[in-house]
Design a protein around this ligand. Sequence first.
Ligand SMILES: Cc1cc2nc3c(=O)[nH]c(=O)nc-3n(C[C@H](O)[C@H](O)[C@H](O)COP(=O)(O)OP(=O)(O)OC[C@H]3O[C@@H](n4cnc5c(N)ncnc54)[C@H](O)[C@@H]3O)c2cc1C
Length: 505
Amino acid sequence: MLPEYDIIIVGSGLGGLLCGAILGKEGFRVCVLEKNRQYGGSLQTFSRDKTLFDSGVHYIGGLAPGQTLEQVFNYLGLMDALKLQQLDVDGFDRIFFLEDGCEYALAQGYDRFAASLKQAFPAEAGAIDQYCSTIRELCSKFPMYNLRSGEGMSGKETVMGIDTLRFLQSITRNQRLQEVLAGNNFLYAGQPDKTPLYVHALVVNSYIESAWKILDGGSQITKQLVKLIRSTGGDLFNHTEVVKLEGDKERLTMVVTKDGRLFRAKHFISNLHPKRTVEITESPLLKTAYRNRINRLADTVSSFCLNAVLKPGVVRYLNHNYYLHQPGAVWRAVEATPDDWPLSAGVFFTEDGSRPGYAESVSILTYMSAGEWDPWKESFNTDSQQGERGADYHRLKTEKAELLLKLVSARFPELVEAISSYSCATPLSFRDYIGTEDGSLYGIAKDYRNPMATYLPTRTKVPNLFLTGQNVLLHGILGVTITALTTCSEFVLVEGLLNKIRNAT
Ligand SMILES: Cc1cc2nc3c(=O)[nH]c(=O)nc-3n(C[C@H](O)[C@H](O)[C@H](O)COP(=O)(O)OP(=O)(O)OC[C@H]3O[C@@H](n4cnc5c(N)ncnc54)[C@H](O)[C@@H]3O)c2cc1C
């Protein structure tokens, strides 16, 4: 007879691991199943030329004492285990415009944030204050984001139908200020006339509160969560791709893996993209209308990432990130075509541990649609299932890398010469490692015109199947964390859990 777990979690992205760790700590016997060799999904790291790179996460917000993520990480015992470095308080992100070489700093702490913008835009003090108060008020409408419970959707619905771009246009006619306030919209793949203001607010607020780098990579979070799950008696299996969730007319009873193994449980949490979840779930309770509704949801665009190892002791380390924009690109970059790509880039440096003050590596990220890689869409390549995509694929990668480096040299002319080697991840790399359709950056794109359709509940039509991860409420480390708390509140009394989190030190 197969062992029966309390809860099987399919996928070990941050959401899956957090649910495993929290529910394990709360007394449930959990089992996490992961298709890749490495746990963590977008928290995975890899090394090139003995240099460590993050595949996704480059910085996180809300980790100062008393802030939401810090409280949750304290409860999980993560804070003591992670090596963190706070980014420059006077400007964790710098927004740079190529057309005139002007650079603007986004500072940490609302007072500092507003003061530094007022210095750059002295005539816009009113608009800057209105921006800050609106963002904070909006964030207060999301109880779980503030580690509160019990207010349901009522306060939120009123604010979920506001468009980010239109809001910015409504508070100021100064286009440059509008662009600066949206200048790091790569963090949420902001789309004009689509991205709701609540998404912008919940994401930027966490970084304005405080912005941090995880030294030694995001996989440090994974390592601690895996350890915690094991310490609670839970199991994790890598190289274990789930291909079927099955049961009877009323509930699910087991999962089937690609290599034919069966795992049984009372409850199931899927950390997969909801499209993949409905695809592999065999249950009459998931009606065609529900499946169609999920399948029609559009994803955020994918990305192209260049990771470069730098010659030692050449490039000064900058303890802040850059977002570089071509003229008019802040809201257009997400829709770049092969003819005008790349329109923007995010630049993230990592300090050389053995040469403080110098950068060891740099990661450069930009949007990219998966369509350009269609000739190779039947290919598959990860470290656990290797495949070759061929010379033309590598040629296109190099062409793209050169275009991206050309854009970045406008701000960092010395950088190209300082690169000793680089590698690139394309939308196909993200697709294959995460198991999404098109390698989407943040999963389902939220839409202010139809906010409730893109803000998925953690419950499904199958009573013992729940969702978690970036596709549900919100993406990003903080977004996935509050989503995981929401998923876990299906199993434990939410007020009790939040009390423990609020009181954790
Ligand atoms: C390029 C990039 C940069 C980012 N930068 C930042 C940043 O700087 N700061 C920030 O806060 N956030 C950032 N994010 C977002 C953040 O990384 C994600 O929102 C978050 O990590 C997603 O977690 P998740 O729980 O949704 O799981 P995912 O990371 O989506 O993981 C899902 C897991 O499920 C597994 N899986 C899929 N199918 C199966 C199957 N059939 N069987 C078993 N397992 C399966 C996958 O292998 C994967 O491990 C970035 C994301 C990307 C892609």
